[in-house]
Design a protein around this ligand. Structure first.
Ligand code: HEC
Length: 394
């Protein structure tokens, strides 16, 4: 009996205080409060959309409208972490925002910011890091995009609901070929500027978050196609570079690294100078079609075309030294794989020597299964991991 009484008195105190404190007017330094305000003013339909609420006594309708929208930074200041975005909401920029800034500049003088070839600035290099990016990307996507674009990215979110929902414009379906083949820049542009009925979401996500969401959307597309997203990322990174182009690029990176390290030595007393970021990060190039008989270090016939090209490159740049690296997948014993990868790298070394390249310009090394570039859980991934690479060591 006593318990029931105290329950009732506690409950009535709660109800009374809820009634007393749930709604209060703003004034002085108090922002005021409203009982479950988001139920009356849902932002799910449109980012920053404001429906005037007659019970609102905080200010006039115009004032409230102003308060509901995102604020511009104070004149002359730049928000911490803000990265300027040069592309206006025009069809021509949507199509071209992955072009280099120089190209854009000739198109429109009004675009006046930085060099902005837009590529995803978050590039996880192993599966675990990618997983973290995707977990966060999914959270953000679920909050900011899924009501319209759907949990699976099929454009059928809960508020559109195949045209039966309260939101009438059809959101883009990411799983169409058009959007699968679209550049990352087009996605970024959609977030920054919105498109059609979609408003800008620039103030909903910061730079890093936008790219995470884009990674997540890309992973939905890969899932749809039954592909492994991690492998897909690797595939686009080295896309369409011929061996010669790849070498030219490596030479350029090396020159940059040398220039950077020279700068570090001359500025040795300057506390701001740190070790060159390019150091220890030598880029390696995979030799396409250099293949061996299963379990052996014997080069297959298909290998010679690429090796011929490599010979030409070595003759073209007589001062460079290269390392040939052998890699395997993770099937079998690690020790055996290490040995096999070394033997395979040695086969390439021997071939290049037999074709007249000086021994002191070449070295070889077996990496075994230690540096996969794709997953070992699928045949496609293992095929990528079994590879021979070269990198410039001097
Ligand atoms: C309120 C609903 C809504 C929300 C929320 C929303 N979008 Fe959209 N989005 C749309 C609509 C509608 C379109 C189709 C616009 C058109 O083609 O006219 C669209 C189109 C797009 C496109 C295609 C643009 C193009 O170039 O064709 C992309 C990419 C996109 N949205 C990304 C996102 C991302 C990322 C988010 C979350 C940060 C998001 N959207 C949130 C409604 C929404």
């Amino acid at each position: 009996m006593k318990n029931i009484n105290s329950f009732y008195s506690l409950a009535s105190v709660c109800v009374a205080s809820l009634l007393l404190f749930s709604c209060s007017q703003a004034g002085g330094e108090q922002p005021g409060s409203e009982f479950m305000p988001d139920m009356a003013h849902s932002v799910a339909y449109e980012a920053n959309y404001n429906t005037y609420y007659y019970n609102n006594t905080w200010g006039s309708e115009e004032e409230y409208e102003k308060m509901a929208g995102p604020r511009k930074p104070v004149n002359g200041t730049v928000a911490r972490g803000h990265i300027p975005y040069a592309y206006k909401n025009l069809e021509q920029f949507r199509e071209s925002s992955n072009e280099s800034f120089t190209e854009l500049q000739t198109k429109a003088a009004e675009v006046a910011l930085k060099d902005a070839t837009l590529v995803n600035s978050i590039n996880p290099t192993n599966k675990e890091d990618l997983e973290k990016v995707l977990v966060h990307g999914k959270e953000l996507y679920t909050v900011a995009c899924a009501v319209c674009h759907g949990k699976k990215g099929d454009g059928n979110g809960s508020i559109y609901n195949a045209g039966n929902g309260p939101y009438s414009a059809a959101p883009a379906n990411y799983l169409t070929d058009d959007l699968i083949n679209a550049s990352d820049a087009r996605y970024y542009n959609a977030i920054m500027n919105g498109k059609g009925q979609m408003q800008s979401h620039a103030d909903k996500l910061n730079e890093e978050e936008r790219w995470k969401v884009i990674h997540y959307i890309r992973s939905l597309q890969a899932d749809k196609k039954g592909l492994d997203y991690f492998e897909q990322m690797g595939a686009t990174a080295s896309k369409n570079l011929t061996l010669k182009e790849a070498f030219a690029k490596m030479m350029e990176e090396n020159e940059k690294a040398v220039a950077a390290s020279l700068e570090t030595t001359t500025n040795a007393n300057d506390s701001a100078a740190t070790a060159s970021p390019a150091q220890g990060k030598a880029m390696a190039v995979k030799l396409d079609n250099v293949l061996y008989s299963t379990g052996l270090a014997v080069l297959k016939q298909t290998s010679y075309q690429t090796l011929q090209e490599l010979l030409e490159i070595l003759n073209m740049y007589p001062s460079i030294k290269i390392e040939i690296g052998g890699h395997t997948d993770n099937i079998g014993q690690p020790n055996t794989n290490m040995q096999l990868s070394e033997d395979r790298a040695r086969s390439v070394f021997n071939y290049l020597v037999s074709e007249g390249i000086a021994k002191d310009r070449l070295s070889f090394r077996g990496y075994g299964e230690s540096s996969p570039i794709a997953t070992n859980n699928s045949e496609a991934g293992r095929r990528q991991n079994r590879r021979t690479e070269v990198k410039i060591v001097k």
